[in-house]
Design a binder for this molecule. Sequence first.
Ligand SMILES: Nc1ncnc2c1ncn2[C@@H]1O[C@H](COP(=O)(O)OP(=O)(O)OP(=O)(O)O)[C@@H](O)[C@H]1O
Length: 708
Amino acid sequence: MPRLAFDIGFCAQLPKLQGTVRRGVFDAWEKFERLTLDQLFKDPGLKLESLKGARDPHIRTIRIDRGTRGVVLAPDSGDTYVLLRVLPHDSANAWAVKQKASINTATRAVEIRDIAVLEKLTPTYERVAPPPEQRLFARFSDGDLAALGIDGTTLRQARVLTTTEQLEVFAPHFPQDQREVLEYLAAGFTVEEVWRDVVAVSLAAKDTTRPLDPADYDTAIRHTRTRIALVTGEEELREILDKPFAAWRVFLHPSQHKVAYRPSYSGPAQVTGGPGTGKTVVALHRVRHLLRHLRDGDRILLTTYTNALVAALRAGLAELVDDETLRDRVDIMTVDAFAGRMVSTSRRPLRADEEPVRWQQATRNAGFTGSPQFLAQEYKHVILAQNLRTYDQYESAERRGRGSALPAIARPAVWRAVDEFTRRLAADGLRTYLGTCAEAADLLERSGPRYRHVVVDEAQDLHPAQWRLLRAAAPARPDDLFIAGDPHQRIYDSKVSLKALGIKVAGRSTKMRKNYRSTHEILSWSTALLVGRPFAELEDDARHDTLVGYRSALHGSGPETHAANSLEEELAALVARVRVWLDDGIAPGDIGVSTRFNRTCDQVAERLASAGIPAQRLRTDRPTTVEAVNVGTMHSFKGLEYRCVAVVGVHDGALPFPKAVTPVEVDRLQHEADLLAERCLLFVACTRARDELYVSWTGEPSSFLPAT
Ligand SMILES: Nc1ncnc2c1ncn2[C@@H]1O[C@H](COP(=O)(O)OP(=O)(O)OP(=O)(O)O)[C@@H](O)[C@H]1O
């Protein structure tokens, strides 16, 4: 029976396709289900045409609707065809004639390359290339490259390249798996590492005992799980067409699949990687895997940092696990909410704006001569972080990571002030979030764990007190903790070393390097914001994490920046920008506007509304809608994503925000850490964008921005 399968390139186009085109795709698929191959070829409505001048006779086109055609791979063997792209008539033909399909000799998956473009580029680069030994892949033998699936044609083309910039020019046209291999090698990975991380993961679960038949597309299509979706029924196709962003459910990359569906980890496991590498997706799939093996009575805690993310995780899990009773066995909440639930107290959490006054009082009453800010940080980063409960413990504690001297003689006054602060809080019926975590951890350590598994997303911002609570929430057994995080997105001033807390992930840690969210252009611009800065690993803060090999497979336009002379002008430019997006057919709900401050968010929301553009402040107590542009602070955008993102108010007084940066004279190291967190905040905001990024400011731009 014939089938129409779907290529990931088509799925990437989906958000931009009109309803009539989607209906046309559905009708074409339905015809494949109903007719024989012979009938399909004769069907006057489908018009399954071969193309004059095609580089590959197996690439044909079909009619989708008036003026739109689908490009399909129609192999001789088997009866599964693959829809590669849907384009206006002339563009479809122009694109189709240049493509060539093949089966990768190492991964055994189907690949498509733009052979016409590659053949045009190669001689031009060859002419200006330095001697072969100075070129990009000179240190790899032909044999090694062939073993990794590089075929003769790609080999000749790759051999002319000298720099990674040149590879970027060729990359979108190379066959997909071969491109990935070359990108890894160019990023400094060894042949063995590339075999392990690219080829072996792709080969997993495939029958490799039989020799590869380069003409057997039927088997190869089934082996291309990462890029080709074999839709099982009408409902599944409707879901892909209606919820295109949910397509990752079908296209989990083998490297992601391997991490999420590993039967068991002997202890805590960790997945790291830059923004958009699919950490949240992997964490959700892990929950799905754990649910399938959960014993009666056992429960899972899925936790993260912010409420907005809790809402996103809840929606994501609902898309992944249909069975509601099974989903009910997962508690999804922030770590702070979990702590609050454990201690079940009527004491109200202290608001951030109430805290400085209380530290001032404590400083005065205890006769401490240092600054209240110093005290607050000493409490958070030394006393709570090390779980110091008595003065004797504090007296002998190391102040690792602090950049301010504290003579031994001053420690009693610090302790008195902290004691004063916590006693007064309790007397006034108040509590701090972190203090509550410490209490909850004590309670669980005494009463025993509540969950069989704990899965943590956005782990980089959690404080040691929160980690102690999570550690105590599940028994130390295989699959106890699954941790997803990225040190480059640390935007609160928590410092942690999982190793020091007894959470050992060595040998069970995986790093993701491929970004699925943003275009290459947005990613390289955003990554440049962080270049040259040190990022302590989550696991061990003495070691540094890097973004080496981090890349995107998507291409699009680069970020647009706008310098305004006044806030009014900046807001007017924003309105104009958002209008263009809306006119281009982007739904309001696919647009996010982010700023450093709440009050700028209000101004933005008001200005958009007065221009007749529906806008809503991002709130966790109500779902986002497709009808309104989302406006939120950079902090609240953490973990989220939008097709188009505007980051406004990026001026020198906002990033870094002076009040968020500890003065160097109070604590030198904290000053550096705060500056880095402000920089990461801008990075996080910019990397929320899928297709388009717009950045604006009034007056002097933030010093974090690259020179414009
Ligand atoms: N294998 C895949 N194929 C296609 N798209 C994917 C794949 N994996 C993830 N995605 C998509 O990439 C986007 C980013 O994924 P996700 O939010 O999980 O990344 P993340 O690493 O948690 O990002 P961040 O750290 O920035 O919050 C999502 O839209 C997701 O659906």
